[in-house]
Design a binder for this molecule. Structure first.
Ligand code: ADP
Ligand code: MG
Length: 512
């Protein structure tokens, strides 16, 4: 059993917990600003509503769990009609939110401490490969003090060649025109990429022997040279992963990417997973529900004040497809952008009819009009207000990115409580289906301990893949791109591709 790192079911930090916090602070490493907040004494159960797949009848809230801290009152089991949403529920959520952790993440600070003295283990740094053979003059990492190993030439050359000659990419380009590109932006007709999908599958199958040969040709590296071994492993994974067509989900999946902490990687995860799914043959829509509009920026989507946006959908009832824009760097990826107007939507929504279900209805209307996406990912703001409630009502799955940092788990019980409230009152199918560990730093024991702890509590939900802390990932948005196109050979892109593949496999198997 690992050291307790602040798992929220512990009302008070244990002495070990404190010692570890003290140690981490003394060593100057981990995110100090995410320190213990008002919500830290939560006693919410760790198993709240995360089993998934429960029948609507089971949506009856266990009041002792949900109202454990006294600020959420639930007294009417079985009220599941979304149109009869109780104001109580929303108020309870708002109360709960007030107790929660609002945007106290540490995006910048934590990033700057990559190679700081917090390095607790002698493990090699996670490797981030330089993309050989790319014109990268303007994309040099800024002041990155981490190891940026370019590794043995034979490995990276092989990979890059493989990347450039991917039959799949050609197959996509050569395939009969996808209706996506000729019709109204964001208006994919059902089944219009069947040909594409077939071509991808064939191309990937045809390349099997080549891939195997390439993998076999990679030098065997022993444990004495861990860096080279890691490079070789990465090369193998990349060769096997790139170009694999992902299976379509049994039914369209709508996932809300939520975590009330800021700076934990919600937006980064949303856009990169979405891009990875789209690059692998699926039709994906990102709904940017954060007034900051970071997801829109990262996808290179115009979102200045006059652009039709998700605000118009929520407040004015504009059809969703009227605001959707195609992403120019990834085919079959679309985005409903957020503009600054959205900042006022929390207030404006309060007085509107069916304020919690407006996004759900907009998505349903688009689907009824015959336009469906394989995946819809909703990027939430770092709070639990009406925007996040709309996202949770519109989705059937919650996808939680967790940063592998100290206090990462704090506030999680509050999030789980809110999910439970929404499930009980507004959206019975809602469940936590996926958890992704992000910003993993293989050099620190802390990252490993956080990962171990999360896996222990959520064995079913946590993806095997962890996303490493990667300079390329954080640079990509400033170029209006995801890391999947900005540097598709980087370890960050590989991790997101792998994570998306896991998600897709689970979705196709009906396990999500
Ligand atoms: P959130 O949406 O939860 O607020 P973001 O996705 O915006 O979080 O991430 C916060 C910051 O951390 C951003 O600057 C982003 O570029 C950076 N970041 C996210 N994931 C990683 C990663 N794996 N490696 C390095 N930086 C990351
Ligand atoms: Mg964000």
């Amino acid at each position: 059993m690992s050291t307790n790192l602040g798992w929220p079911s512990e009302p008070e930090p244990s002495p070990e917990h404190r010692r570890l916090g003290w140690l981490a602070r003394m060593l100057g490493g981990v995110s100090r600003e995410t320190g213990q907040g008002p919500g830290s004494g939560d006693t919410g159960g760790s198993g709240l509503g995360v089993g998934g797949g429960e029948a609507p009848e089971a949506a009856v809230v266990d009041a002792t769990l949900v109202a454990g801290d006294g600020d959420a009152e639930i007294d009417t089991p079985g009220r599941t009609d979304v149109d009869r949403a109780e104001p109580d529920a929303v108020e309870a959520l708002a109360d709960a939110d007030a107790d929660g952790d609002h945007g106290r993440g540490d995006p910048g600070g934590a990033r700057g401490s990559d190679a700081g003295p917090e390095v607790l283990s002698s493990e090699p740094a996670p490797v981030e490969e330089e993309p050989d053979g790319r014109d990268n003059a303007s994309r040099e990492p800024v002041d990155d003090d981490r190891t940026e190993a370019s590794g043995p030439d034979d490995l990276t050359d092989d990979e890059t060649d493989d990347e450039e000659e991917r039959p799949v990419d050609n197959a996509v380009d050569d395939a009969p025109d996808n209706t996506l590109s000729t019709q109204e932006p964001g208006v994919p007709a059902a089944g219009d990429n069947v040909v594409d999908e077939e071509a991808r599958r064939r191309a990937y199958a045809d390349g099997h022997a080549d891939r195997e040969a390439l993998v076999a040709a990679l030098p065997t590296v022993d444990d004495d040279t861990p860096l080279a071994r890691e490079l070789a492993d990465n090369a193998r994974r990349r060769i096997q992963l790139t170009g694999r067509p992902f299976p379509k989900p049994a039914a369209p999946r709508v996932l809300t990417v939520a975590n009330q902490k800021g700076g934990v990687g919600k937006t980064t995860t949303t856009v990169n997973v979405a891009a990875a799914l789209a690059q692998s043959g699926l039709k994906v829509l990102v709904i940017d529900l954060d007034p900051q509009g970071n997801a829109s920026t990262a996808l290179g989507i115009d979102h200045h004040a006059e652009v039709p946006s998700i605000y118009d959908v929520l407040v004015d009832g504009t059809p969703l497809l009227d605001v959707v824009q195609p992403c120019t760097t990834v085919e079959s990826l679309f985005c409903a952008p957020a503009t600054i107007d959205l900042a006022g939507a929390e207030i404006e929504l309060v007085s509107l009819v069916a304020r919690e279900t407006r996004l759900q209805k907009a998505i349903a209307a688009a689907s009824e009009a015959g336009h469906s996406y394989d995946y819809i990912l909703i990027d939430c703001p770092p709070s639990l207000g009406l925007l996040t409630v709309n996202a949770m009502v519109a989705a059937s799955e919650v996808f939680i990115p967790i940063q592998c940092e100290y206090y990462a788990l704090e506030g999680l019980s509050q999030l789980l409580k809110n999910i439970e409230l929404v499930r009980a009152h507004l959206n019975p199918p809602l469940h936590v289906s996926t958890i992704l560990l992000t910003m993993y730093d293989g050099r620190t024991r802390l990252s490993a301990q956080v990962a171990e702890e999360v896996r222990e509590h959520f064995p079913e939900q946590v993806l095997r893949t962890t996303v490493p802390r990667s300079v390329r990932i954080s640079e990509a948005p400033s170029f209006g791109e995801t890391v999947m196109t900005y540097d598709s050979t980087s370890s960050g892109a590989l991790a997101y591709l792998e994570a998306a593949g896991e998600m897709a496999d689970r979705g196709a198997a009906g396990a999500a």
